[in-house]
Design a protein around this ligand. Structure first.
Ligand SMILES: NC(=O)c1ccc[n+]([C@@H]2O[C@H](COP(=O)([O-])OP(=O)(O)OC[C@H]3O[C@@H](n4cnc5c(N)ncnc54)[C@H](OP(=O)(O)O)[C@@H]3O)[C@@H](O)[C@H]2O)c1
Length: 248
């Protein structure tokens, strides 16, 4: 059985990945959508039902930061022994604010989800991937430079960026493509959660805000072209170039 997996599929970019990828997955039997909120996942399934798509959609409401849930997921994989065509690691969280003002729970939630869960999902799924399989790791433009007031979030996304690029090189001989996606601000519920408690989104971020569908379309296009990194829009491309010393 061929399956595709999207984490963080109940909202924002993960939901958009489901909507845009589902019609493309002609040889995939099942599309698995993972996030915590079952109702939101079911809403996504209902929107997908209205489309002409091949894969059966299955929802897995679970918190991927919980070790026992990941163990159950790994067990299910061992029993099913599927072929995984696509893995999109999109679940992520960010909390804006000075490190010394954030609670320990807020800080650790970012590390647990953005770093540990993403690594675990990749580790669990990789043995079932083969030539032509694709991994999309959703990082952020915050990965490019240290970001005061967003220190832990930016550091977690630097991890995703570094991990994704290295993995792309390691897996290239096996024909597995890894694309790391680095968006700037995107209009999703993420921003409300990230900035809600700590004030307004800055002017620059408002000016460079991108549409969810466009960022995701670019990511899928870049992955099909086997690009290691996907950066949407001129402002982020400039920041990426500057951070790498390409633009002086
Ligand atoms: N929006 C931006 O400005 C922006 C910019 C750059 C990068 N990103 C990155 O893009 C990715 C997607 O974010 P988004 O903007 O689409 O935000 P979003 O709408 O808030 O989506 C986050 C997703 O992660 C899921 N999630 C959160 N905690 C989870 C957990 N413990 N276990 C399983 N799933 C969990 C959420 O679903 P449940 O709540 O149902 O679990 C939701 O589906 C994140 O990695 C984020 O860091 C966002």
């Amino acid at each position: 059985m061929n399956i595709a997996i999207i984490t963080g599929a109940s909202s924002g970019m993960g939901k958009e990945f489901a909507i845009q990828l589902a019609p493309m997955l002609k040889k995939t039997n099942e599309l698995w959508l993972i996030a915590r909120k079952k109702e939101n996942l079911e809403d996504v399934v209902n929107s997908l039902k209205e489309m002409d798509i091949v894969p059966e959609i299955k929802v897995f409401p679970m918190d991927i930061t919980e070790e026992n849930k990941l163990n159950q997921f790994a067990q299910a994989m061992m029993i099913l022994n599927p072929k995984i065509s696509v893995l999109v690691n999109c679940a992520g969280v960010g909390t804006y604010g000075a490190f010394d003002k954030q609670s320990r729970e807020e800080t650790m939630e970012m590390v647990r989800l953005n770093v540990l869960a993403l690594t675990q999902m990749t580790k669990i799924c990789l043995p079932y991937m083969h030539k032509g399989s694709k991994i999309i790791q959703v990082a952020s433009g915050s990965a490019f430079l240290p970001q005061p007031q967003f220190a832990v979030y930016a550091a977690t996304k630097s991890y995703v960026y570094s991990f994704g690029r290295a993995l792309a090189k390691e897996l290239k001989p096996q024909g597995i493509v890894v694309t790391t996606v680095c968006p700037g601000p995107v209009e999703t519920p993420f921003l409300e959660h990230a900035y809600g408690r700590y004030g307004e989104l800055g002017k620059l971020k408002k000016m460079t805000m991108a549409d969810t569908d466009k960022v995701v379309a670019q990511a899928i296009k870049d992955c099909k072209k086997k690009k290691e990194v996907s950066v949407y829009g001129l402002p982020m491309k400039l920041l990426y170039g500057l951070s790498r010393g390409v633009i002086r």
